[in-house]
Design a protein around this ligand. Structure first.
Ligand code: 4UV
Length: 521
């Protein structure tokens, strides 16, 4: 067995809730501004944040939405997002984070699966929320701000709870983000307080976030990268966030220059924009010392181009929802072109040949396995998927293919899992296939990801038409429109006579991927 250990010394993982950990990092100046709503400039101070969290926890508890309950949060990035997340956590409850661009159909699935009883959203998504909540366990819908006929966030506030509602840090699930993992439909990823607290201190031990620095937070808080790396780790490290409800390059650059941000947290498509877009030259970005990319592979040349243009360090983080999310980060003092980083503190890595089960040597390719305190508790109500992902010795099998060189740098080269990453967002082929199979035009279908310069990957569907139906890309897109959110849209199709399958009926995606790779070559 070749276990690659972290070059960083272990950190102590303390018994505390994620909110206690974040509060600890806020410092003792109640007037420091830690959250700014980017487009309006509205500010929230440390005092207002902690007061909001405690008052919401009190109100939730009074209304029976506290400990043991699941609160669904479906909102874009706003300062209130952080207050709600931590208000629920402080009350001992569980938050499930929902992509606000989801259709009612997608939202309903997550509400039912997670067992949510309260849904918090914003006015523009209220109709979707109401439609989705029908027939689920949701008994109340609230909005941030005001909306006709809905409870407002202010109504949910009660007498402040001064202390964390007691929880079992290692066992109680604080957040349930959704991820399809290595196969199948999106599943609730059970992350405990201990998982999140561990990752905060593991990551902070390898970064130099300074007190009072600000960063622009456009990476959505509902996804693990924005949720942990920005909302929790950055705040716990003493920084502050300028929130953006959706990405807009010009506004991002403007806010980064205005708040003199030393660090940018991005995904690969934005690295390409930073490297190439002419408007980047219109802004004084001399404040930026580090640009961190993650959620999908970043080409070494693109990283170099960003670094050279902005005169900064271009780093990468590697992670997964199931890893709270970080397991690998670029060291600040020794970058290596194309690497996704080295193993972080308290964490072990292995590269295992998926066919033989043997450990690979330095530079040899195989599946990445990770073990550490940030490994999820499991998938909600799905012991089988949990057992297929975390083995008896606690190793999480990532489904990513790559190698670790002799100096411990991880290079991700491929994926054995089905997952498609469209601009860093998860697209589960099984979800698209299930949806497409409900169309009377389609007899059988398989979806894979194919490389795309801008998005990283795009979903492509191989379609066996029903009878003599003529199926076009437009037909497929029109069918999915309104059923699934826009970023999951199929962007290419090929009509075929049959889908390659194993004897047991499993789609042989590898055959389709190899065929597309051969065509592209
Ligand atoms: O579950 P998920 O959607 O999770 C993420 C997490 C992104 C992070 C985490 C910590 C960071 O510090 C950071 O910068 C970014 O996206 O998707 C997990 C899958 O995304 C791919 C890989 O296939 C994972 O299994 N992925 C994530 N990061 C990288 C990556 C990377 N640096 N290089 C290549 N693939």
């Amino acid at each position: 067995m070749r276990i690659v250990k972290s070059p960083y010394p272990d950190v102590e993982i303390r018994d505390m809730s994620i909110t206690e950990r974040v509060f600890e990092g806020l410092g003792d100046n109640p007037d420091r501004v830690i959250l700014v709503e980017g487009p309006s400039g509205r500010e929230v101070t440390v005092g207002q944040f902690t007061q909001g969290v405690k008052a919401l926890a009190g109100g939730l508890t009074e209304r029976g939405f506290g400990k043991g309950k699941v609160v669904a949060l479906m909102a874009p990035n706003l300062p209130e997002y952080c207050i709600i997340f931590h208000g629920v956590a402080w009350a001992g409850g569980t938050i499930t984070t929902i992509n606000p661009t989801y259709t009612a159909h997608e939202v309903r699935h997550q509400l039912n699966d997670s067992g949510a009883s309260l849904l918090i959203t914003v006015g523009p998504f209220l109709d979707t929320a109401r439609e989705a909540a029908e027939g689920t366990g949701v008994t109340e819908i609230a909005v941030i701000g005001e909306a006709e006929g809905a409870t407002s966030l202010t109504d949910l506030m009660g007498s402040p709870l001064q202390a964390q509602v007691p929880v079992n840090y290692a066992e109680d699930v604080v957040v349930l983000p959704y991820s399809s993992g290595t196969t199948g439909l999106p599943k609730g990823v059970m992350l405990t307080h201990r998982n999140l607290v561990a990752n905060v201190d593991q990551v902070l031990s390898a970064t130099d976030v300074r007190d009072d620095e600000m960063t622009v937070a456009f990476l959505p808080f509902f996804h693990i990268y924005g949720m942990q790396v920005l909302m929790n780790i950055y705040l716990a490290g003493g920084g502050g966030l300028v929130t953006m409800p959706r990405f807009d390059l010009e506004q991002f650059l403007e806010l980064s220059a205005k708040y003199r941000t030393p660090r940018m947290y991005i995904v690969p498509p934005i690295a390409i924009a930073l490297a190439k877009h002419p408007i980047v030259d219109n802004y004084d970005l001399s404040c930026v010392i580090q640009v961190n990319s993650g959620a999908a592979p970043l080409g070494g040349d693109v990283a170099d181009a960003v670094g050279a243009r902005l005169g900064t360090l271009a780093t990468q983080g590697y992670g997964m929802t199931e890893l709270s999310p970080v397991s690998h980060m670029t060291p600040l003092d020794a970058n290596r072109k194309g690497a996704s980083g080295v193993t972080i503190a308290n964490t072990e890595s292995r590269i295992v040949n998926p066919e033989t089960g043997e450990d690979a040597g330095p530079g040899e390719t195989g599946e990445l396995w990770v073990r550490g305190p940030q490994v999820m508790k499991g998938y909600l109500n799905n012991p089988q998927a949990t057992a297929e992902t975390i083995d008896a010795e606690g190793w999480l099998h990532t489904g990513d293919i790559g190698y670790i060189d002799e100096d411990g740098y991880l290079f991700v080269t491929d994926r054995v899992k089905e997952l498609i990453k469209y601009k860093g967002f998860q697209v589960a082929p099984a979800e698209l296939e299930a949806e497409l199979l409900t169309s009377p035009m389609i007899a059988d279908v398989a979806v894979i990801g194919i490389p795309d310069d801008e998005a990283g990957e795009i979903p492509m569907a191989f379609i066996v038409p029903a009878g003599d139906a003529q199926v076009t890309l437009e037909d497929v897109q029109a069918y999915l429109d309104g059923r699934l959110s826009h970023y999951k849209q199929v962007r290419r199709i090929e009509v075929v006579d049959e889908i390659p399958k194993s004897a047991s009926g499993k789609i042989l995606r590898r055959v389709l991927r190899d065929r597309m790779a051969a065509e592209a070559a």
